[in-house]
Design a protein around this ligand. Structure first.
Ligand SMILES: NC(=O)c1ccc[n+]([C@@H]2O[C@H](COP(=O)([O-])OP(=O)(O)OC[C@H]3O[C@@H](n4cnc5c(N)ncnc54)[C@H](OP(=O)(O)O)[C@@H]3O)[C@@H](O)[C@H]2O)c1
Length: 338
């Protein structure tokens, strides 16, 4: 396999830091690393594999000697610089919302639709974190029994909003325990000791941007515009790991024990022994690449209804791991420059 010249755009952020950790942990074949961030971070350094690399300000010309660029800054940076990187010969795997619903851009979760990668024209999008873990858990059941409807409520960690939000939860928690007043900055309300039914902008129809990402992205990844999806996305005072309560209706009946078997055979981690207090927990899934499923049970009234609890690390499988898996697939298939 070729060694690649890899850029990480947004290397100082919550997701960017995970990329550094994971590229090293997974032994990704690197010829060179080009870490990029905003002008604020230019000149600082990052470490990878015992080497030190200087951060550059993200700019079009910085991609001249890059084969593969992971973008994890923000939507605006991706919109502006990803096409410039492609024009200079790089393949872009983008973690932002910039291109996900662009019909010319594959939106990929390798466990679900790896073949879509072959259609790429330079940019491949990685979905929203809450979408990724949901489709990994549901695709094996969909393949076996068909999927008519999904009703999901999320319990999303603050790291999903970036480093500033992590700091906000920690500092607010300390302040409140010490009896001090807090002033929300990242979120519209206090997040410590609270639950916010509001992620992203809420539109005139009452749905938030995050909820509509789950609807639209799931249909695109599964290649089925007819799946009915209703989402409620909620921010909770958890540092790492998104949890989801999911109800599905399948075309054919699937029992709870069949669902456990189907998921285990597909490589999904099943942790489902309520009598022994075994079910997925955010604090246990944080730091792992697994999508963990538990509390699987059959709907009491709907014959084809199934409920489950799905947890994954939003910075890993929800972000950096999924993007690196896309790159690993491309390497294995000879789709990246040699
Ligand atoms: N956090 C998650 O769980 C998650 C999951 C899926 C997708 N994503 C997506 O991943 C992206 C990064 O999220 P994050 O949580 O890592 O955010 P973050 O912690 O706030 O980090 C943002 C990064 O973007 C860089 N940046 C900001 N403005 C820039 C500019 N003009 N030019 C170049 N770099 C710039 C920052 O660099 P400085 O340090 O120099 O400011 C920093 O490295 C976002 O698009 C987000 O939607 C996040």
């Amino acid at each position: 396999m070729p060694d690649l010249r890899v850029a990480i755009v947004g290397v100082t952020g919550a997701v960017g830091r995970q990329f550094l950790t994971l590229l090293e942990q997974r032994g990704f074949p690197l010829a060179d690393l080009v870490p990029m961030a905003s002008a604020r971070s230019a000149g600082q350094t990052v470490q990878l594999g015992g080497r030190e690399y200087q951060i550059q300000e993200a700019a079009a010309d910085a991609f001249a000697a890059v084969d593969l660029a992971f973008f994890c800054a923000n939507t605006q940076v991706s919109r502006e610089l990803a096409p410039q990187a492609v024009a200079r010969g790089a393949v872009v795997i983008d973690k932002s919302n910039a291109f996900r619903m662009d019909p010319a851009v594959p939106l990929v979760v390798p466990e679900v639709n790896p073949n879509d990668i072959h259609q790429h024209q330079g940019i491949i999008a990685s979905p929203n974190c809450s979408t990724i873990q949901m489709v990994v858990a549901l695709e094996p059941i969909r393949r076996r029994a068909g999927l008519k409807r999904i009703v999901v409520s999320t319990y999303q960690a603050v790291s999903g909003s970036g480093l500033l939000a992590l700091q906000e939860l920690i500092s607010q928690s300390r302040a409140i325990l010490e009896g001090q007043a807090v002033e929300p900055v990242v979120y519209p309300h206090q997040i410590a000791f609270n639950v916010l039914p509001h992620i992203d902008t809420i539109g005139a129809d009452g749905y938030s941007g995050e909820e509509m990402k789950m609807v639209r992205e799931t249909r695109k990844i599964m290649g089925d515009e007819h799946i009915e999806i209703a989402a409620t996305t909620v921010r909770v005072p958890v540092l790492y790991g998104h949890s989801e309560s999911i109800w599905i209706e399948t075309e054919e009946k699937v029992t709870a024990s069949q669902a456990r078997q189907i998921l285990m055979e597909a490589g999904v981690k099943v942790l489902d022994d309520p009598s022994g207090n075994q079910y997925p927990l955010a604090i246990n899934c944080a730091g792992s690449d697994d999508v963990c499923v538990g509390r699987i049970r059959e709907d009491l009234d709907r014959p084809n209804g199934l409920l489950m609890w799905v947890v994954a690390d939003n910075l890993r499988k929800g972000a950096a791991t999924n993007a690196i898996q896309i790159a690993e697939y491309m390497l294995a298939k000879g789709l990246l420059p040699a």
